[in-house]
Design a protein around this ligand. Structure first.
Ligand code: NBP
Length: 472
């Protein structure tokens, strides 16, 4: 038989759930995994009536697929993808399509695409967001690569994707590595939103001395309003969760060291290469790095002075809740603004020709950064004259104007209490920097010219100038 509509290579969490999702939509799937026992285990768990069959050799896997073959790789990003392409390339034919559904670095995606294109095989970099539940019930999908290859997989991707206002959360984003680039920036924004939420939790825990469950109920309430988003929603659940028989919320028993797989760091690195400021995205990466320095932090905690500890919780909790909601919302807006600004520059630099309204549209559901704000973002970029930066769209100008006083109060309070808020604070600094028609970079220019004769530009004359700074 050679009639499966798609083959999935890789049966870890994401692969297994995608297989089930695809099969539920009526598409016949053949699965393969490097470690045979995992394939057998998976096949034992599924209903025999589902259109899923397993292959135990690569030749068998490839031969089961209808031509042109469609192979979705769901293996670990990096070396595993490289190894799998190495194995598959000799077995595939011209017009076959390989999709990489992992979080591959976009530059590797370009290399793999080039390599396979030499054999007439199309390569689609497919960003997937939504974790395990998304993969099973509807992820947000970010495909990029040859458009004709996308057309050949479009019915499957549209059928399995999440929906927002009746539209599937998938769209061809651009050529080459456009899909993986957009997924990378999605993750950069995700880091920033998670960090901002963690800072609000810290302010309420250390600052207001509220128990986790009460903080969780605040997040639950916020999720009913303008902050409605997947991350705020799950934070409400997390903070109120107790293991069976436990007297403590689980959150209080979890170590304060965050891990990372690299996509946030890549976003910051690429933003630096392109010269695009994404300070809140970078602050979130740095905060995870600092969290990992646990032994050093424990020692420093016994040495370094901070303000006197807060002796009693603030009297006006209602006001605090309102201020924190405003600060978190404003920080979310800045995180999106920085991510979309990076996408705009990357699109020009790498010839992706991204449609930012489309990106916002497919992030409205299924993905980790989904939120009610994304509809307003979509509308902003779909307007006839979209702004260079989200912050200057009339809707967001008003939204931030209404919240900036509370946002400042939160950052001030955090500084006074000695609770670090790198995301909330860097977002505010970004907002203040972006709205400053005049920044102190005149002094930076002068310093560079003073010590390195790098020259400076003037406000009152065109050209490059150098001063003899030490002349008496
Ligand atoms: P993992 O990233 O944990 O990868 C495990 C899979 O890779 C297994 O099937 C494993 O096979 C296979 N593999 C490895 Br490791 N080395 C291999 C090699 N040299 N040759 C062939 N296969 C190899 O799985 P995952 O968490 O399901 O994620 C899959 C991709 O999706 C990753 O790129 C991930 O970043 C991305 N992603 C994950 C999530 C999430 O929530 N987990 C969300 C969005 C995107 P084995 O069984 O033989 O060891």
């Amino acid at each position: 038989m050679s009639n499966s509509q798609i083959g999935i290579y890789g049966l870890a969490v994401m692969g297994q759930n995608l297989v089930l999702n695809i099969a539920d939509q009526g598409f016949a799937v053949t699965v393969y995994n490097r470690t045979e026992s995992k394939t057998r285990q998976f096949m034992e768990t599924i209903n025999a009536e589902k259109p899923i069959d397993a292959a135990y050799t690569l030749e068998e896997f490839i031969n089961r697929l209808a031509k042109p073959r469609r192979v979705l790789l769901m293996v670990k990003a990096g070396k595993a993808v490289e190894a799998v392409i190495e194995q598959l390339a000799p077995l595939l034919e011209a017009d076959d399509i390989v999709l990489d559904g992992g979080n591959s670095h976009y530059k590797q995606t370009e290399q793999h695409a080039e390599r396979l294109a030499a054999h007439g095989i199309a390569y689609l970099g497919l960003g997937i967001s939504g974790g395990e539940a998304g993969a099973r019930h509807g992820p947000s999908l970010m495909p990029g690569g040859p458009p004709e290859a996308y057309s050949a997989v479009q019915p499957i991707l549209e059928a399995i994707a999440a929906e927002a206002q009746g539209e599937p959360c998938v769209a061809w984003l651009g050529p080459g590595s456009a899909g993986h680039y957009v997924k990378m920036v999605h993750n950069g924004i995700e880091y920033a939103m998670m960090q901002a939420i963690a800072e609000v939790y810290d302010l309420l825990k250390r600052g207001a001395q509220l128990p986790a469950e009460q903080i969780g109920s605040w997040f639950e309430q916020w999720n009913q309003g303008v902050l409605a988003s997947f991350l705020v929603e799950i934070t409400g659940h997390i903070l109120q969760y107790r293991e069976a028989g436990s007297s403590q919320p689980l959150i209080d028993l979890i170590a304060d060291r965050a891990k990372q797989k690299g996509t946030g760091k890549w976003t910051s690195q690429d933003a630096l290469d392109l010269g695009v400021p994404v300070p809140t995205l970078s602050a979130a990466v740095e905060a995870r790095l600092l969290s990992a320095f646990k032994p050093e932090r424990k020692r420093a905690a016994t040495l370094l002075q901070g303000p006197a500890p807060v002796s009693h919780p603030p009297a006006d909790l209602k006001r605090l809740a309102q201020n924190l909601e405003d600060a978190l919302l404003a920080t979310f807006v800045c995180a999106y603004a920085q991510g979309f600004s990076l996408l705009r520059f990357a699109s020009a630099e790498y010839d992706y020709n991204l449609n930012l309204a489309t990106v916002a549209s497919i992030w409205r559901n299924g993905c980790i950064i989904r939120s009610d704000l994304l509809e307003a973002i979509r509308q902003t970029f779909a307007s006839p004259h979209p702004p260079a930066n989200l912050l200057t769209a009339p809707y967001f100008v008003r939204l931030l104007a209404d919240r900036q006083v509370a946002w400042r109060a939160v950052v001030q309070q955090a500084v006074q209490m000695g609770v670090p808020t790198p995301a909330l604070g860097s977002a505010l600094a970004y907002y203040d920097g972006y709205r400053s028609a005049r920044l102190p970079a005149n002094l930076i220019q002068a310093q560079r010219d003073y010590f390195g004769a790098h020259t400076y530009e003037r406000l009152n004359e065109i050209g490059q100038f150098h001063a003899d700074w030490q002349a008496k």
